[in-house]
Design a protein around this ligand. Structure first.
Ligand code: AP5
Ligand code: MG
Length: 236
């Protein structure tokens, strides 16, 4: 199962990836999280990337493509993966096509979480994250449910970075959607509503395209499996 989550900043990619990785038990590959780990570890790449992320701009295609080439070759990706935050430009999408071909893989589905800009701005300004595991939480949450750590605001969620992030997404990342639409891979999902209802729609879209019939799991089923119950015996 190889899934690609596509959407604007704040559309819920990370939130849905947390549900999907528990459901399918495959890794969540999030380039933003990878970059933030480099920044936290003060690596050479992290030092270079920090001001770019803080300004809401994109790290170069060359760096990001090299990062993904390394990551997808790691053994934990063999059963599949959930990609979040890559590709963000058409050259990244083309490089990923080549890499997938080299690896003999293909995407099962590209899930586009569609959320209007005013809702994106509202979500990003209130978002809180765990500095240890990067899980995201809605405004008002005190501590990480997993680590008990005090939550913080992401540097790029400060007002001066949020607008540039949306602008660069509209300019450079929207064309990536057309790239995948041309392959007939995109399922567009309204990203507004409860997290669980959206997860059910995502799983229904994956299910429909894998089995050719809509055998969507109900919301309760999503919550049960995401809570750590048995892995589905066959692809949904
Ligand atoms: P990245 O970390 O990928 O950031 P992003 O794409 O801007 O997306 P976000 O993580 O902000 O949003 P999300 O869609 O994951 O939403 P979330 O689930 O958190 O990248 C950061 C930076 O790294 C980039 O700006 C760039 O500089 C660099 N970078 C990364 N990849 C790159 C690449 N390939 N090339 C170049 N540069 C790259 O949800 C948001 C909030 O909404 C949360 O508070 C959540 O609780 C809430 N929420 C979620 N779902 C719902 C719902 N249904 N209803 C109400 N609230 C909800
Ligand atoms: Mg995210």
């Amino acid at each position: 199962m190889n899934l690609l989550l596509y959407g604007a900043p704040g559309s819920g990619k990370g939130t849905q990836a947390n549900v999907l990785r528990a459901y399918f038990r495959i890794p969540h590959i999030a380039t933003g999280d990878m970059l933030r780990a480099e920044i936290a570890n003060r690596t050479q790449l992290g030092l270079k990337a920090q001001p770019i992320l803080a300004a809401g701009q994109y790290v170069s295609d060359e760096i990001m493509i090299a990062m993904i080439r390394n990551r997808l070759r790691q053994a934990d990706c063999e059963p599949g993966f959930i990609m979040d935050g890559f590709p963000r430009t058409v050259p990244q999408a083309e490089a990923l096509d080549d890499l997938m071909e080299e690896l003999g893989r293909r995407f099962d589905r590209v899930i586009y979480l569609k959320v209007p800009v005013d809702e994106l701005l509202r979500r990003l300004s209130g978002r809180l994250v765990c500095p240890r595991c990067q899980r995201t939480y809605p405004p008002g949450t005190a501590a990480c449910a997993i680590h008990g750590t005090a939550l913080v605001q992401r540097e790029d969620d400060k007002p001066e970075a949020v607008r540039p992030r949306i602008e660069i997404y509209l300019e450079k990342t929207v064309p990536v959607l057309d790239h995948y639409r041309a392959f007939g891979l995109v399922s567009e999902i309204d990203g507004r509503g409860t997290i669980e209802a959206i997860s059910s729609q995502v799983l229904a879209a994956v299910s429909t395209h894998l089995n050719g019939a809509n055998s969507s799991p109900r919301s309760g089923e999503v919550a049960r499996r995401a809570g750590g119950a048995a892995r589905p015996k066959q692809k949904p």
